[in-house]
Ligand binder design. Structure first.
Ligand SMILES: Nc1ncnc2c1ncn2[C@@H]1O[C@H](COP(=O)(O)OP(=O)(O)OP(=O)(O)O)[C@@H](O)[C@H]1O
Ligand SMILES: [Mg+2]
Length: 308
């Protein structure tokens, strides 16, 4: 294996179907994922995340530009790239006529693992995803979250060098999500690289080393969660339930965002005491919390929507 785990250069994809307007899903996406990294793609519905993952995992051809996986061009040599990658597709479903154990085992065998290895890895992956009690039931009888866990188990069992996971924790309960997070962390510790998408920004924040925010097929910004949060202009948010009417009294402290009756003021810790003084003098109440990736995302994407 050579080069970066993944490198895309000016990747473009236009969907064209007869009688329907063209859709420019990707309009020049360049990014890289270093070996051993966990990287998240964030973006609104329709931003182009799944299109990117499909091209990178050899399931779709780009209109132009390139993606290399460990130095292999995925469009020119898909059959060489495929052994390096494993994919949890968006809205994928396990085979309904197989049990989770059969599904994971069969997939590992198809990828060329010896019987014993396939058997023990299947057992481990099912246990990690909390599927012990359901491993021998037909997948058609499983709940939505149990099916999704089966999909993730199938892919983590491969320990492939590069894993693509498109909304892997959709529909999972908070405990199951945390199991996925720790499994993905363990995999990168063993040397795998991970590119995932998620709409859960808390998940993106705890899980990824770096993030790319995509909007309308272009990368808006990228960096660590800390770097992206810094762009918000403060590290604390003060939420004042009925503060919208008093917004003028807070403008000098930081960015003010009103939403209906409420007001959120983004501030740095040094100015918090002053803000709270004004809150008290105005006989209002406020709650204080850290700025999260959600604010960074809303700001980056919101600004881009307004510019359009
Ligand atoms: N096969 C297709 N034919 C035509 N247009 C498509 C096709 N697949 C996707 N699109 C369009 O391309 C754009 C990007 O879609 P994509 O599925 O990549 O978005 P996404 O970022 O994964 O969104 P979501 O968060 O909803 O999963 C959207 O406008 C979508 O409607
Ligand atoms: Mg998608």
């Amino acid at each position: 294996m050579n080069g970066e785990a993944l490198r895309s250069v000016d990747l473009r994809k236009t969907y064209e179907s007869r009688g329907a307007p063209r859709v420019e899903a990707l309009r020049g996406v360049s990014m890289e994922v270093h070996r051993g990294e966990r990287v998240a793609l964030l973006g609104r519905n329709g931003a182009g995340k799944t299109t990117f993952l499909k091209i990178a995992s050899t399931l779709l051809r780009p209109s132009s530009g390139s993606v290399e996986v460990f130095g292999v061009d995925v469009t020119r040599a898909p059959e060489k790239a495929r052994p390096y990658i494993a994919v949890v597709p968006q809205e994928g479903k396990p085979f309904f006529h197989l049990t989770p154990r059969e599904q994971v085992y069969t997939y590992l065998r198809a990828r060329g693992f010896a019987r014993e290895t396939a058997k023990s890895r299947t057992q481990d992956a099912l246990a990690r995803m909390g599927l012990d009690g359901f491993a021998d039931r037909l997948s058609i009888t499983l709940s939505g979250g149990q099916r999704q866990r089966t999909m993730v188990a199938t892919v983590i069992a491969t320990e492939a060098p590069l894993l693509f996971l498109d909304e892997p924790t959709i529909g999972m309960d908070p405990f199951a999500r945390r199991e996925v997070w720790s499994s993905l962390r363990d995999l990168t510790q063993k040397g795998s690289t991970i590119l995932l998408t998620t709409h859960y920004l808390d998940e993106a924040e705890v899980l990824s080393h770096r993030l790319y925010i995509v909007e309308s097929g272009v990368v808006l910004s990228s960096g660590t969660a800390e770097e992206l949060k810094r762009s918000v202009g403060g590290t604390l948010k003060v939420f004042i339930a009925e503060g919208a009417a008093q917004v003028e009294r807070f403008r000098s402290f930081g960015t003010c965002v009103t939403d209906g009756l409420s007001l959120t003021v983004i501030v740095n810790p040094a100015r918090l005491a002053e803000v709270m003084e004004v809150v008290e003098r105005s006989e209002m109440t406020a709650t204080v919390g850290p700025v999260t990736l959600e604010e960074a995302f809303l700001r980056a994407v919101g600004r881009s929507i307004n510019e359009d």
